[in-house]
Ligand binder design. Structure first.
Ligand SMILES: [Zn+2]
Length: 50
């Protein structure tokens, strides 16, 4: 029983870690895909750098 419990705990830990990584990556991607322009306030890529 102890082995099964350890395996379940390990699986839960791995699943939690994967979820955290997935959520973080999705947030990062969404932020990168829709950059909010600080010049005009719309969502698009940057204006030409000066
Ligand atoms: Zn702009």
């Amino acid at each position: 029983m102890t082995v099964i419990f350890a395996l379940i705990a390990l699986a839960l830990g791995i699943a939690a870690g994967l979820v955290v990584l997935l959520v973080g990556e999705l947030r990062w991607e969404a932020r990168n895909r829709l950059p909010k322009c600080t010049t005009c306030g719309e969502q698009h890529h940057r204006h030409a750098a000066r």
